[in-house]
Write a protein that binds this ligand. Structure first.
Ligand SMILES: *Cc1c(COP(=O)(O)O)cnc(C)c1O
Length: 382
């Protein structure tokens, strides 16, 4: 195949999605311009109700980003100095940044070599190590649903119950995913998601949401997202932040929510095409048992870094978008080295050189998916 004969295949195509959303999106935005309630307008309330019912959660509190959702959730528990927060080492920086920002210590946990999700045996070991050292108080586990797939929530919940830890689901990449017949949103004490444009349900700017079954937590989240306000605007009960989702983003999300389930189904179909087409040259991404992925990322694992670099070069030459999530485990990043206790986390450390994400946005055609798979196959057969 010759690159010049084909137009490029973008990793993400928000323009195609916008064209598909059409008039529904415009009328949602026009409604906001007409009423002018740009902060906590009616679309924000409508979105919170729709999101809560989408994942069958008792409460949804929309916020300004996925990162702020994580921060508000930890602030509400009073997590800070002297507290240990356990989280996977192979994730986006926001997961670890938030506990550190609040004065707590992120304790990095290794991940499973097949699913890339938090490794529960290592989680238990890391908790024991912190308890034995006696310097930090174990307080919380942030489970990350990486790349669209749920983490092992029944497993995390049982360790958390035994150790009396707060569970926070970092569902930034996986809103819409299902585990044991239940959508993510109520698998942990609190669930945080992100509406960053490239996430499965993306806004046209920053946004996020928190879900919980607890009325007390939901009330705290509402207070914290508006400067710790009480029952009136100028009653300040606690240190909070400016953490609201704005009405324009809520309007965009309402329009996108109408097509969201169809998009997840399309992503699943694309994943299956890739699985079948790539089966001869690599092992398809492992699925979590009894789960349906939201397919934020279709991530393959190559034998070594040289092979991965060759694959990247072949895709680039063919004009095919691709990405490496994540080139380095968090405990190896300069920002987190001082928080880490020098334990080896061999799986997280090795994945950075081997992973490669292929385009999986819902506007890809089957022919484009086939071309991505053929290009990668050719590169790997060399
Ligand atoms: C994107 C992401 C976040 C942060 O979400 P923002 O909305 O960008 O702040 C947090 N955790 C994970 C795992 C993410 O992928």
């Amino acid at each position: 195949m010759n690159a010049e004969t084909f137009p490029p295949i973008p990793f993400l195509d928000l323009k195609a999605q916008q064209a598909r959303l059409g008039a529904g999106l415009k009328s949602r935005l026009d409604a906001v311009l007409a009423h002018g309630q740009y902060i906590l307008g009616p679309e924000v309330l409508e979105l919170e109700a729709r999101l809560a019912s989408f994942c069958n959660a008792a409460y949804c509190v929309s916020v300004s980003s996925g990162t702020d959702a994580l921060q508000i959730a930890l602030m509400a528990e009073g997590i800070g100095r002297g507290d240990a927060v356990f989280l996977p080492a192979f994730t986006y920086t926001a997961t670890a940044e938030v506990p550190l920002l609040l004065g707590a210590t992120p304790v990095f946990v290794d991940v499973d070599p097949r699913t890339f999700q938090i490794d529960l045996n290592n989680l238990q070991e890391r908790i024991e190590t912190v308890k034995r050292a006696g310097k930090l108080k174990p307080r919380a586990i942030i489970g990350v649903d990486l790349f669209g797939q749920p983490a092992d929530w029944p497993g995390i919940a049982s360790i958390a119950a035994q150790e009396r830890l707060f569970t926070l689901d970092d569902c930034a990449q996986s809103f819409g995913a299902v585990q044991n017949g239940v959508r993510l949103g109520r698998s942990a004490d609190a669930t945080a998601t992100s509406f960053f444009p490239s996430k499965p349900l993306g806004a046209y700017g920053d946004g996020g949401a928190l879900f919980t079954e607890s009325a007390e937590r939901a009330a705290l989240y509402r207070s914290l997202r508006t400067h710790g306000e009480g029952t009136t605007r100028y009653e300040v009960l606690r240190t909070g932040m400016n953490g609201r989702l704005d009405t324009m983003q809520a309007a965009v999300l309402l329009a996108k929510l109408d097509v969201f389930e169809g998009e997840i189904a399309r992503r699943e179909a694309i994943a299956q095409i890739y699985d079948a087409a790539l089966n001869d040259v690599l092992e398809p991404p492992a699925r979590m048992p009894d789960s349906q992925s939201a397919w934020a990322v279709y991530c393959v694992k190559l034998p070594d870094e040289d092979t991965r670099e060759a694959a990247k070069a072949a895709l680039a030459a063919a004009g095919i978008g691709h990405a490496v999530y994540y080139p380095r485990a968090l405990h190896q990043q300069p920002a987190y080295r001082a928080s880490h206790d020098d334990s080896a986390l061999p799986v997280a450390e090795s994945l950075g050189g081997r992973v490669l994400a292929l385009p999986i946005h819902p506007d890809l055609t089957n022919a484009q998916v086939a071309r991505v798979a053929a290009t990668l196959t050719q590169a790997l057969e060399r």
